[in-house]
Design a protein around this ligand. Structure first.
Ligand code: FDA
Length: 569
C-alpha cells in the first residue's frame, strides 16, 4: 500500500492527538493522517465499562512501560501504564476530570510562555467540554457544580457516573474533614482546588460508557474524507529534507506497518502526540536531543537540545484500606485535596523552612544526575516556584481519593508536587528497543516524607467520627504492621515497598524558553525545526494538581488554533 502525501501527519491517536486530528480536519481540503500503534477499542468492555478501572491493565492495549531500578525507592522497577489504542491513555485511565490550580497555569507564562495563563486557557477547557448537568439523584449523592466554570457545547462529555455511591456520604465526610481544617469545595474546576469534593468524570451519562478521546473527537468524524487514521502502525522516526541546514525541515515519518517499513509524507507539519514516554524518544531517534546521547548510538545530530527527555516528573501513589461497616454500591467520586497547612497544622513553618533550605541542594543533585543536561539555575527556579505554590499559595498538597466499594472502604493518595526529577532516553538507535525510563522516585527526603505525612493524615481522618463509624479494622498497612507510634523510617519502608507510579508523567519535552531548558516554544514548535511540534503531556513544564486529561484537551484545542492561525485556515 502506498500512502499519499498529507498536509499534517500526527504521531499518536491518543488523548491530545485526536483533538488535533479533529480540529485540523474541520477545514475541507486540509488533509490529516494519524499514525497509531494501537487499534479500535470502541467495543472493548475493559474500556467502555464505567466501573471497569484497571481491567485493561496488562492487556494488549497497555504499553506497560517498565522503569529502571528505582535507586531511592528500594531498588525495584515500576510499571508505567499508558494506552495503546485509538484514544490513547484516555481509554484506560481513571476518568477523573479535574483541571489545575489557576496559578499553576499562570506559571507557564511567568516562565516565558507568552499567551499561556489560566485566563487564556479557560476558554479552551470550556471549548473542549460537553458538561452534563447532574440529575437530582446524582445531586443527592454529592454531585455539584458552578455552571460558569463549565462548557456545555464541547465534544468531550463530562459528568457523573449513573450509579454513584449509594447513601449520602457527603455530610459524613464533610463533618470529618472539617475537623481537620479541610473545607467543602463545591466545584474544583474553577481554578481553586483545595477541599473535599465530588469530582466529575469523563463519562457519557446517557450511554453509561467511558468518554474517551476517540468517542469524543474521532468516531463521530471518522467519515471525513480528509482525515485518515493509520492503525497498527508504529512510528520509528521523523524524516528530514536533505537541504535543511538552517532549520530542520520534516518531510514525513518512517513507520513500521503490517506491510513493512514505509514512509508517510507530510507537506506541512509533523506533530508528535505519542505521550510523555514516547515523544521525547521519537525526537532522539530523529536526531533531536543531547549530543552525548545521540553520539553513543551514531544518530546524526539535527538539533542540539540537551533537555530532550529530561525533566521527567511523576507522582507516587499508595493507599490505606479499611474494613467497611456498610456495603457500598456504585462508583465513588469523592476526593480530598488538602493544602500543606491542612496536612501539617502548626508544624508547617518548620517543614517549609526545611524544604526551602534544601532547594539549592536539590537543584544541584538534579543537574548532576542529568550529567549537566539541565542547568542547576533552571531547576532551582522551578523548585522555588514549586515551593511557593505549596507553602505560600497553598495549592493542594496531596490528592486523597476515597473508595467505599462493597464491604471495604479504602483510599488512594499521592502527594501532588514531588521534587524528584528523572529522565527518559533511548538505549539504541532501533525504534523498537525500549527506552531507559527513570523517574527517580523519592530522590529527595521531602518526597518520601510527604508520602508518610499524607498517609498519617489519612489514618487520622479514618479515626475521627463520624467517618470512623463507617470503618472497622485497617487492612493496609494495618496496625500490626505499622502501629500508631511507628517511626518515620518504618513508615518510609512501607511506602517504598507498596507505592506505584501515579501514571502522570510530564515535562519530557517542556514548553519553556530554550535557555530555560525548553524543548518546544510557546507555539509548541520544537526549537531548531521549521515544522515539527509536540502536543501531549510531554510539553507540560511542571506537574499539576489536577489530573492531566482535562488540561491536555484544552492545550490541544489551543494548539489547533495556533496552527490554524499560522496557516490561515
Ligand atoms: P496518550 O497516551 O493518550 O496518547 C499517545 C498515543 O500515541 C497512544 O495512543 C499510543 O498508542 C500512541 N503511540 C505511542 N508511541 C507511538 C508510536 N511510536 N507510533 C504510533 N503511535 C504511538 N488522567 C485524568 O485526567 N484522569 C484520570 O483519572 C487519570 N487516571 C489515569 C490512570 C491510568 C492508569 C493512567 C495510565 C493515566 C491516568 N491519567 C488520568 C493520565 C492521563 O490519562 C494521561 O496523562 C493522558 O491520557 C496522556 O495523554 P497524551 O495525549 O499525552 O498521550
Amino acid at each position: 500500500e502506498s500512502w499519499p502525501h498529507y498536509d499534517f501527519v500526527i504521531v499518536g491517536g491518543g488523548t491530545s492527538g485526536l483533538v488535533l486530528a479533529n480540529r485540523l480536519s474541520e477545514k475541507k481540503g486540509v488533509t490529516v493522517a494519524v499514525i497509531e500503534a494501537g487499534d479500535s477499542v470502541f467495543n472493548n468492555h475493559n474500556v467502555t465499562n464505567v466501573a471497569g478501572y484497571g481491567r485493561a491493565f496488562g492487556s494488549h492495549i497497555d504499553w506497560a512501560y517498565q522503569t529502571e531500578e528505582q535507586q531511592y525507592a528500594g531498588g525495584s522497577k515500576q510499571i508505567m501504564r499508558a494506552g495503546k489504542a485509538i484514544g490513547g491513555t484516555s481509554t484506560i485511565n481513571g476518568m477523573t476530570y479535574t483541571r489545575a490550580q489557576s496559578i499553576q497555569i499562570d506559571a507557564w507564562e511567568m516562565f516565558g510562555n507568552k499567551g499561556w495563563n489560566w485566563e487564556s486557557l479557560l476558554p479552551y477547557y470550556k471549548k473542549s467540554e460537553g458538561f452534563q448537568v447532574p440529575t437530582r439523584n446524582q445531586i443527592s449523592r454529592g454531585a455539584d457544580y458552578y455552571i460558569s466554570y463549565h462548557g456545555e457545547e464541547g465534544l468531550l462529555k463530562v459528568g457523573w457516573p449513573n450509579a454513584m455511591t449509594n447513601s449520602s456520604l457527603l455530610p459524613t465526610l464533610d463533618e470529618t474533614f472539617n475537623q481537620l481544617g479541610v473545607p467543602y469545595n463545591r466545584d474544583v474546576n474553577g481554578g481553586n482546588m483545595v477541599g473535599l469534593t465530588s469530582h466529575p468524570n469523563t463519562v457519557d451519562q446517557k450511554a453509561n460508557v467511558r468518554e474517551d478521546a476517540a468517542r469524543a473527537y474521532y468516531w463521530p468524524y471518522q467519515k471525513r474524507s480528509n482525515l485518515k487514521i493509520i492503525t497498527n502502525t508504529f512510528a520509528n522516526r521523523i524524516l528530514w529534507a536533505n537541504d535543511s541546514h538552517h532549520e530542520a525541515v520534516a518531510i514525513g515519518v518512517e513507520v513500521t506497518s503490517p506491510h513493512g517499513v514505509e514512509t508517510i509524507y507530510a507537506s506541512k507539519e509533523v506533530i508528535l502526540s505519542a505521550g510523555s514516554l514516547k515523544s521525547p524518544v521519537l525526537l532522539e531517534l530523529s536526531g533531536i536531543g543531547n549530543p552525548d546521547i545521540l553520539h553513543k548510538y551514531n544518530i546524526p545530530i539535527k538539533v542540539n537540545i540537551s533537555s530532550v527527555g529530561e525533566n521527567l516528573q511523576d507522582q507516587t501513589n499508595n493507599g490505606l484500606s479499611y474494613e467497611g461497616t456498610e456495603f457500598w454500591l456504585g462508583s465513588p467520586t469523592f476526593s480530598v485535596l488538602p493544602s500543606a497547612n491542612q496536612i501539617y497544622g502548626t508544624k508547617v513553618t518548620e517543614i517549609a523552612s526545611a524544604v526551602n533550605a534544601s532547594l539549592a541542594d536539590y537543584a544541584k543533585a538534579v543537574s548532576n544526575s542529568s550529567n549537566g543536561a539541565v542547568q542547576e539555575a533552571n531547576v532551582l527556579a522551578a523548585f522555588k516556584l514549586q515551593y511557593g505554590l505549596i507553602f505560600e499559595s497553598q495549592v493542594p498538597f496531596a490528592e486523597i481519593v476515597l473508595l467505599p466499594i462493597a464491604d471495604s472502604f479504602s483510599s488512594e493518595y499521592w502527594p501532588l508536587l514531588p521534587f524528584s526529577r528523572g529522565s527518559i532516553h533511548i538505549q539504541s538507535a532501533k525504534a523498537s528497543y525500549p527506552a531507559a525510563i527513570n523517574p527517580n522516585y523519592f530522590m529527595f527526603p521531602e518526597d518520601i516524607n510527604a508520602n508518610v505525612d499524607v498517609a498519617r493524615f489519612i489514618r487520622k481522618a479514618f479515626g475521627i467520627t463520624p467517618l470512623s463509624d463507617l470503618v472497622g479494622d485497617e487492612f493496609a498497612p494495618g496496625l500490626d504492621n505499622l502501629p500508631n507510634d511507628a517511626s518515620d523510617s518504618e513508615w518510609q519502608d512501607w511506602v517504598k515497598s507498596t507505592y506505584r507510579s501515579n501514571f502522570h508523567p510530564v515535562g519530557t519535552a517542556s514548553m519553556l524558553p530554550r535557555n530555560k531548558g525548553g524543548v518546544v516554544s510557546s507555539d509548541l514548535k520544537v526549537y531548531g525545526t521549521k515544522n515539527v511540534r509536540v502536543v501531549d503531556a510531554s510539553i507540560l513544564p511542571f506537574q499539576l494538581c489536577g489530573h492531566l486529561t482535562s488540561t491536555l484537551y484544552a492545550v490541544a484545542e489551543k494548539a489547533s488554533d495556533i496552527i490554524k492561525k499560522q496557516y490561515r485556515f
